[in-house]
Design a protein. Structure first.
Length: 178
């Protein structure tokens, strides 16, 4: 695995290896295949960050399912303190469905909670959350995070879909601020 990398003004060091990510994602898929086998789930991938995780996860999902992609829009920018006002790209009729939200990272949980509220408002049967990364020390919400590949410390990470100022999404390992 490569050593320190520089993205714009910051240096990052390796944190989670590709093999560790893929192992955990495969295990997550096995659990979902078992738990949701009778639900015909709709996987809703939250762009941009979840694209790489979604591709790995869904390759190992073997039960009947649908896959769609959404973006969150916010009037003051979506970040850890932002609010989510609208879901872009949600064209399916989701009433009565089991929806699996596929996220890159859950930090404070604001984003995922707001999306979940919007989905319940549209009368889904249930929302499950699948995330590549969770920061347990930052997460402050009640909503259950059903499937987590890796729990990480409360620091900024990049790679595996996650960016720093637009860079680093293509990295296949996860890096942490050096
Ligand atoms: P939350 O609403 O859970 O606080 O934050 C969720 C969003 O904040 C994520 O989807 C991601 O876009 C961003 N975010 C939170 N923590 C990190 C991090 O460590 N690295 C990067 N690149 N983005 C993060």
């Amino acid at each position: 695995m490569s050593e320190l990398i520089t993205l714009k003004d910051k240096q990052f060091k390796p944190y989670i290896l590709e093999i560790e990510i893929l192992d955990a994602v495969k295990k997550m898929a096995d659990v979902i295949n078992f738990e949701l086998k009778n639900d015909l789930p709709l996987f809703l991938v939250v762009l941009n960050g979840a694209f790489m995780f979604a591709a790995d996860l869904l390759r190992s999902i073997t039960i009947p399912c649908e896959v769609s992609f959404i973006k969150v829009a916010s009037y003051d920018g979506v970040g850890s303190t932002g609010t989510v006002d609208e879901l872009i790209g949600l064209n399916e009729n989701i009433k009565g469905r089991t929806v699996v939200l596929v996220e890159d990272i859950v930090d404070t949980g604001l984003t995922i909670n707001r999306i979940s509220d919007i989905l319940y408002f549209k009368e889904v049967k249930q929302v499950k959350v699948a995330t590549a990364l969770l920061k347990p020390d930052a997460y402050k919400k009640e909503l259950k995070i059903d499937y987590v590949a890796h729990k990480i410390k409360n620091e900024f990470v990049v790679g595996y879909g996650l960016d720093y100022l637009g860079l680093g999404r293509n990295l296949k390992e996860i890096y942490i601020l050096a």
